[in-house]
Ligand binder design. Structure first.
Ligand SMILES: CC(C)(COP(=O)(O)OP(=O)(O)OC[C@H]1O[C@@H](n2cnc3c(N)ncnc32)[C@H](O)[C@@H]1OP(=O)(O)O)[C@@H](O)C(=O)NCCC(=O)NCCS
Length: 331
């Protein structure tokens, strides 16, 4: 069976209107705009409205994407939603998105890869195009992180925000542009450093799990930081070396937006210039599966990326999970 290359033919994003600035957070926990900005590069983040769930953000991003592409949602074959904050355990957020956008023909599933969720999902979706099984795959990275954040814990509540990004994958006709390759990794021994212990089959929700705040994100920030830099650099270098590319060949490097210091450390080790690096953490903080597609969507909107540009994505997140994906742009 000959494989065909998948190409991103449309990209879009949706961010909730409500802004939560560092100054707003100063009124909630003992922190300061200065501390947050110096340690993370974050100025503000977006917060979903009450009752607005991951599938709502994803569906709004997907609707914009369909408009851009002039696509009737009923043409979509498959919907993959990367998220760690699904509306509920089941039905999947993919099923909820499917009905909200009217993608009558599509099947779908959620993918749990934390901050690497979008890169995992993009690589997964590309396989359905490569084999010829499907012609139109919608890949969404979306999270409502504020639904699992303890707003009394200053070490985590300043880091996250809500948002969604979406891309459409279709076969690349010329075989030149599109997704070239990817490297995906996981290491379960890292699970102890970033996790949400409550609400699953190990610790089903109870008054006790709620009292112990087990339904919130728990993190050992220092360890995550260390592994994140090393992981993102390793997989970026691996993919560049495999394709005999140097830093100068990249038009845009899209790192997961967890902390500007993580991004800067990785960028320095990769010998990239700041002008090659997508950064929007100052405005949206860490939207988990949303960060990379939101960056891509903004880069496409501002025409920062053009036909034939090489783009390298790199992510690191809970699991640990990490991944890089190389593509040649053309819309
Ligand atoms: C969380 C993170 C910003 C903390 O930065 P740090 O430089 O490691 O800071 P520390 O955790 O050592 O804390 C230093 C001090 O600041 C304090 N502090 C933590 N959060 C604070 C806040 N929001 N405001 C003010 N002070 C804060 C700590 O209590 C600590 O005080 P102490 O020295 O009196 O004990 C950083 O570790 C990080 O970003 N890690 C990676 C997180 C991440 O990317 N997660 C998602 C992965 S996908």
């Amino acid at each position: 069976m000959s494989l065909r290359r998948a190409k991103i033919t449309a990209v879009s994003h949706y961010l909730p209107e409500r802004r939560l600035s560092n100054t707003d957070l100063e009124k909630i926990v003992e922190t300061s705009d200065e501390w947050i900005f110096d340690r993370t590069g974050i100025r503000e983040r977006r917060v979903a409205e009450k009752g607005q769930a991951t599938s709502d953000l994803g569906a709004l991003g997907a609707k914009r994407l369909c408009q851009k592409r002039g696509l009737d949602p009923s043409e979509i074959d498959l919907i993959i939603v990367a998220t760690v904050t699904p509306d509920m355990f089941f039905p999947s957020s993919a099923c909820l998105v499917q009905t909200k956008i009217g993608a009558k023909k599509a099947w779908g599933f959620d993918l749990s890869g934390a901050c690497s969720g979008f890169v995992y999902a993009l690589a997964t979706g590309a396989q359905f195009i490569a084999t010829g099984a499907h012609a139109k795959v919608l890949v969404i990275g979306a999270d409502v992180m504020t639904s699992i954040i303890d707003f009394q814990d200053r070490a985590t509540c300043v880091l996250f925000g809500d948002g969604a990004g979406a891309v459409l994958l279709e076969p690349a006709e010329d075989g030149e542009c599109g997704i070239i390759d990817f490297v995906l990794r996981s290491d379960g021994t890292g699970g102890q450093y970033l996790y949400m212990p409550g609400g699953g089959s190990l610790n089903p929700s109870s008054i006790e799990t709620v009292q112990k705040k087990m339904h919130y994100v728990h993190q050992d920030g220092k360890n995550v930081f260390k592994f994140a830099v090393r992981g993102m650099v390793d997989i970026s270098q691996e993919l560049l070396a495999k394709h005999k590319l140097g830093p100068g060949d990249l038009k845009l490097y899209i790192p997961h937006q967890a902390n500007l210091r993580i991004i800067k450390a990785a960028v320095e080790k990769l010998a990239l210039d700041d002008s090659q690096v997508a950064v929007n953490i100052d405005r949206y903080a860490n939207t988990t599966a949303g960060t990379i597609p939101i960056c891509l969507s903004e880069a496409a909107e501002s025409k920062q990326i053009k036909e034939n540009d090489l783009i390298l994505m790199a992510s690191f997140g809970a699991g640990f999970t990490w991944g890089s994906l190389l593509l040649r742009w053309e819309i």
